[in-house]
Unconditional design. Structure first.
Length: 166
């Protein structure tokens, strides 16, 4: 199977700014409303565990149509989601999705720092993961992860990587 590449860049200053670039020759994305089940089609997903305990973290999904799913997640630490709070929304979230070359989507994501409990500072570490679900024209789904979870389940928080603010 041809694996489409996904690149990530995270930068912080006043807020968290994410830039994700994905090669995509076929887009499967029919959802139009916030908090629709975007994970059923093409999507990029970001999970942020500010305290690193694996049981409470924030999830953000953005579709190629720039539709957003955001939620607070409670997890038992073993990959089983206990609660998904879809009523919660990132405050001041800005997203944009566009083609910057043929077959290449860019996802710009800006999350203001006020969405997190602790002020950003150099040396701060979080547990996090970045994912992509990509469906080909035949309907086969590919699951890509910065830190693979070993399962078709992105909520295995023990497998999250560590990001450090510099």
């Amino acid at each position: 199977m041809n694996i489409n590449r996904m690149r990530r860049l995270c930068v912080w200053n006043i807020g968290t700014v994410g830039l994700i670039t994905c090669e995509d020759r076929h887009i499967a994305s029919d959802f139009l409303n916030r908090d629709d089940p975007l994970y059923e089609q093409d999507v990029v997903e970001l999970f942020f565990d500010e305290y690193g305990n694996g049981t409470h973290y924030l999830e953000l999904e953005v579709s190629p149509r720039n539709v957003v799913f955001d939620a607070r997640i409670e997890n038992d630490g073993f990959g089983n989601t206990v609660r998904i709070d879809k009523e919660w929304d990132f405050v001041g979230l800005k997203t944009n999705v566009y083609l910057d070359a043929p077959d290449r989507l860019v996802y710009e994501i800006q999350i203001p720092a006020c969405n997190f409990d602790r002020p950003f500072h150099a040396g701060m570490q979080w547990r996090a993961n970045f994912y992509r679900i990509d469906e080909n024209p035949e309907g086969l789904r590919e699951y890509q992860a910065w830190q693979p979870t070993g399962a078709v389940n992105f909520h295995v928080s023990d497998e999250f990587g560590t990001i450090q603010f510099i």
